[in-house]
Design a protein around this ligand. Structure first.
Ligand code: UD1
Ligand code: CA
Length: 491
């Protein structure tokens, strides 16, 4: 980071209503890429290391303020009054900061609903603004159908002389394809001086920040524009169609960064990764993977197909197939899935396995331990090298409290075991199939549950000779007869 270019202040505008979202949630709190739009905007501003950072709110101010302060408690929340417009929003922002201590030097203005703006671009804007000794520099881009955007008016010499709102523009001005992004660098003193002259004399009856440029110029200050190529960076989301488009663009950007860092992404169209996720090189992501929150994936791991991991830690060389997981740790070389469900507090050790149709919650599964099939492991500690047979259930809840079960190292637990917590099985113990383990099992012991089997010869031929449904053949009886089964003798 170049601290020389740190601005004195950034003012993020987030007071607008955002009616086109048709949502109970404030527009700037709608999210893409794992963060709300306003969090993206504040994170980009924060990356510049500004001395002060203000967010201007009005619409649903309590919700927005609480949300912003939750991820960045250092932000100054400023309330816009009933005077409408971007110019008023900047004015209240600047006044509030001035009241703390007068602002001097470069002030940036950005929007809370423009989530793709990169700190690099803001740094370019500051560098251009300061090297050019401008008082106002507006960030612009070219758009073939500029629609409702403000137009950048330049004179014969190519200097920027005004920004004209579409609603106030002449037919000739509407032809201009260079548009106002709404992102600016200002000299604080010039901004303060020019804002005093901004009126609401326009088609919308609002105080326009855009007027500051022509006012500053009329006072003899230098005004300029920095045009960027990537229009997506300055695009805002006004409705959910645009939100999805921006989400896709942001995701593309995130995926590209990971791919350039050495991550294989087989199907970028069907892979979604939050900005907050960390992935080491030589990780392979198969189609249909979503990585969210604080998830980290270490080198050599393979994730997917079709897995969603939130706040997960996946260690090196692990394999995770068709899995839904959150808040769990998958150890080095461990294998998970297909069709596994990991819940918070679960940690699989090195080379451990949680296999097909298994759920684990708040459980420590030791190095090399295996739960290969169809099991629920809740509130359990499973020792290293233990094997839990197919269809096992850790009954952790008696309707009042949850308790833990412990299975010792290298234990061999038979299929369809039920562990009624709290219960402990010692190291190296065995259990028979279908064991109902209610009492502790000492190390090296065998535990099994006796459930006697009765067999009644010929029962099918006697009791199910016909299917009972007209026209449906009595298949089991037929098969039994063909195999030589006899009807029982009358008793
Ligand atoms: C504004 C610019 C326009 C530019 C466009 C880019 C003005 C007068 N016009 O258009 O030249 O092309 O942005 O998107 O500035 N906001 C407030 N308080 C308000 C009004 C708006 O904080 O009273 C915030 C909104 O929350 C939003 C941003 O300012 O983040 C832009 O508001 P919006 O109404 O979308 O922009 P326009 O005024 O239409
Ligand atoms: Ca407006």
């Amino acid at each position: 980071m170049n601290t020389e270019l740190a601005p004195s202040a950034v003012i993020v505008l987030a007071a607008g209503a955002g009616t086109r979202m048709k949502s109970a949630t404030p527009k700037v709190m709608h999210g893409i890429g794992g963060r709300s739009m306003v969090e993206h905007a504040v994170a980009a501003a924060r990356d510049l290391n500004p001395e002060r950072l203000a967010v201007v709110v009005r619409h649903q101010r309590d919700k927005v303020a609480e949300h912003v302060l939750a991820f960045d408690p250092e932000v100054t929340i400023v309330d816009q009054d009933e005077i409408p417009g971007t110019g008023r929003a900047v004015e209240v922002g600047l006044n509030a900061l001035d009241a703390q201590a007068p602002v001097s030097g470069t002030v940036l203005v950005t929007y809370g609903d423009v989530p793709l703006l990169r700190p690099e671009t803001l740094r370019e804007l500051i560098a251009f603004h300061e090297e050019d000794k401008n008082s106002v520099t507006v960030l612009t881009t070219h758009i073939d159908e500029p629609g409702a955007y403000g137009r950048i008016v330049r004179n014969q010499a190519g200097e920027v002389t005004a920004i004209v709102e579409a609603k106030d523009a002449s037919p000739e001005e509407l032809e201009i394809t260079e548009i106002n992004s709404g992102i600016y660098a200002f000299d604080a003193a010039v901004l303060r001086e020019a804002l005093l002259e901004v009126t609401t004399n326009n088609a919308q009856g609002e105080k326009y920040i855009t007027d500051v440029l022509s006012i500053a110029r009329s006072k003899g200050y230098r005004t300029s524009a920095l045009a960027i190529d990537d229009r997506w960076e300055v695009e805002g989301a006004n409705d959910r169609v645009q939100l999805a488009q921006l989400g896709r663009m942001l995701n593309n950007r995130i995926l590209e960064t990971h791919m350039r860092n050495g991550v294989t992404i087989v199907d970028p169209e069907n892979t979604w990764i939050d900005v907050t996720v960390t992935i080491e090189n030589d990780v392979t992501l198969l189609p249909g993977v979503q990585l969210h929150g604080s998830t980290t994936i270490a080198t050599g791991a393979t994730i997917g197909p079709d897995s969603t991991l939130t706040d997960m830690t996946v260690e090196a060389d692990a394999t995770v197939i068709r899995t839904h997981g959150f808040g769990a740790v998958i150890g080095e070389g461990a294998t998970v899935g297909p069709f596994a469900y990991l819940r918070p507090g679960t940690a699989l050790g090195k080379d451990a396995k949680l296999g097909t149709f298994c759920e684990a919650k708040n459980s420590q599964i030791g190095d090399g331990a295996k739960i290969p099939h169809l099991s629920y492991v809740g509130d359990a500690t499973i020792g290293e090298g233990a094997n839990i047979g197919a269809g096992s259930i850790f009954a952790n809840y008696n309707g009042l409290v949850k308790s833990r079960s412990v299975i010792g190292a290298h234990a061999r637990m038979g299929s369809a075991g039920i562990y009624v917590a709290p219960v402990t099985v010692g190291d190296g113990a065995y259990s028979g199939a279908g064991a109902l383990i209610r009492k502790d099992v000492p190390a090296g012991a065998l535990a099994y549950s006796e459930t006697s089997q009765r067999t009644i010869d010929g029962w099918v031929l006697k009791n199910r000779a016909g299917s009972g449904r007209p026209g449906v053949a009595p298949t089991p009886a037929k098969a039994a007869k063909a195999a030589g089964a006899q009807e029982p003798a009358e008793s």
